[in-house]
Design a protein around this ligand. Structure first.
Ligand code: CMC
Length: 436
């Protein structure tokens, strides 16, 4: 952190002495006011539910300029990474700070590829779930259970353990997601195949059976790989902050990532891709494009509790750059599959156009986010809707680990412990039962 020459001065209208607070500059983005000593100096906390103006950490991994609609991983624009790199290169970048060079790339690929198998006992653990369990319920359990299988990499304060658990998590997530899918549909699990790329291997584990192999389709593999890249990290979002907070207690990496999976599940976060596709299906069933006006009316009605899923973002007040790339991929995939007239895609584009011209969305700066188009791509690839968020979790795992490891390596890190403004009863005595 670079200290700024400027100081913030906080003054009080009741005549209490004012306090000077240090300011720090980031490499880009807004400065931060350091309020760590505020309580000691004034006996007061700050109040910021939802962290609207609070930086919870310093980080050098991902930068978002919400007004411009810009997303950088370690300084590289997401558009360049999506077009020029594969997911494992992006994993290397997020984890270690740089894209792999020509020697590092095959070594890293080999390392991840040779950790894709999971302990054979995992399938017996999986059998305890109902077949119709939601994949995110299963994934929360499976990821948490990894700490019961890999005891030699559970010490978060040991850098070697952190390195091994990072590789294990990145390598095993596709296997676990595919296993949870196969379990749900009653098909045998497919073991990973090391000759395939990370993403082609995932698709084979999903779609092959022991009776029939899966021939990877380049366009679809590339689309899935792009989905992974676009979801790989997004700085201090709800699930990443959950992983950091969970890890700050010193718990093991698998447990911290399981907490991230649980947080991601919610429809305001990663669950939005599933919710968005369900919304498009509902509108389609109501009558399709002609019913958009009626649907938008419901969205604008404050009492309806209906949201336009896949729209809006806490940070982006402009078009989410990931949504642009996802829309491009949508065209490619639907074209390659001969589904150019896909009714849901047409509906999504019509909905986007109408929403972007509507005063309600314009004045609130609500634009499509990554989830608006990703569901259509995944559905075209053959991914069932309830699995969408599990795929998001697979991809975000590298971001969670990179952020977790960055936090543990930060000398300024402390256990996360927010404070509160207490509004409940002041001290009182317990009355006897007869008088309550
Ligand atoms: N549809 C209708 N109105 C919306 C929407 C939406 N999708 N999003 C925000 N608004 C309205 C909101 O009602 C509020 O209006 P008003 O000022 O009149 O009260 C205003 O816009 C500001 O919204 P907010 O709820 O204060 O914004 P937030 O930063 O707290 O929430 C959000 C961000 C993503 C949770 C929200 O936009 C949302 O629920 N979107 C739909 C779910 C979604 O697509 N989530 C995926 C986010 S991107 C991927 C990820 O993070 O996992």
């Amino acid at each position: 952190m670079i200290p700024s020459e400027v100081k913030a001065t906080l003054s009080f209208s009741d005549g209490s002495p004012s306090v000077d607070l240090p300011l720090y500059k980031g490499s880009i983005g807004p400065d931060v006011i350091d309020i760590r000593k505020l309580y000691g100096q004034t006996g007061k906390f700050t109040y910021d539910p939802g962290f609207l103006s609070t930086a919870s950490c310093q980080s050098a991994i991902t930068y978002i300029d919400g007004d411009k609609g810009e997303l950088l991983y370690r300084g590289y624009p997401i558009e360049q990474l999506a077009q020029q790199c594969d997911f494992l290169e992006v994993c290397h970048l997020l984890l270690y700070g740089e894209l792999p060079n020509a020697e590092q790339k095959p070594a890293f690929t080999h390392l991840v590829t040779h950790h894709t198998m999971v302990n054979e006992q995992m399938q017996f653990f999986l059998r305890g779930f109902r077949r119709d369990a939601h994949p995110m319920a299963v994934m929360t359990g499976l990821v948490g259970a990894l700490s019961a299988f890999y005891h030699d990499s559970t010490d978060i304060h040991n850098p070697t353990h952190r390195d091994i658990s990072a590789i294990r998590l990145i390598a095993k997530m596709p296997t676990l997601v595919a296993m949870s899918y196969k379990y749900g549909i009653g098909q045998p699990y497919m073991y990973p195949k090391n000759s395939l790329s990370y993403t082609a291997n995932f698709m084979r584990m999903m779609f092959a059976t022991p009776c029939e192999d899966y021939e990877p389709n380049d366009v679809l593999v590339r689309a899935m790989d792009r989905i992974f890249i676009l979801h790989a990290d997004h700085e201090q979002n709800a699930s990443t902050s959950t992983v950091r907070l969970c890890g700050s207690s010193g718990t093991n990496p698998f447990a911290a990532i399981a907490a991230g999976v649980a947080c991601l599940w919610g429809p305001a976060h990663g669950g939005a891709n599933e919710a968005c596709l369900n919304m498009l299906n509902d509108i389609q069933q109501m009558g399709g494009v002609e019913k958009i006006g009626e649907f938008i009316k419901q969205v604008k009605d404050k009492n309806s509790n209906v949201k336009l899923m896949g729209f809006g973002h806490r940070v982006y007040k402009n078009y989410d750059p990931r949504a642009k790339l996802m829309r491009e991929t949508c065209h490619e995939v639907l074209g390659a599959l001969g589904l150019g007239n896909d009714p849901l895609f047409k509906l999504a584009m019509a909905l986007e156009k109408i929403a972007l011209e509507d005063e309600y969305f314009v004045s609130r700066k609500l634009y499509p986010n990554v989830d608006f188009y990703s569901g259509i791509v995944q559905r075209a690839i053959g991914i069932p809707v309830p699995l969408f968020t599990a795929i998001f979790a697979l991809a975000r795992t590298v971001g969670w680990i990179a952020q977790l490891n960055e936090m543990i390596g930060d000398p300024e890190y402390k256990i996360g412990r927010p404070r509160q403004l207490f509004t409940g009863a002041a001290r009182r005595d317990v009355p006897p039962l007869a008088k309550r």
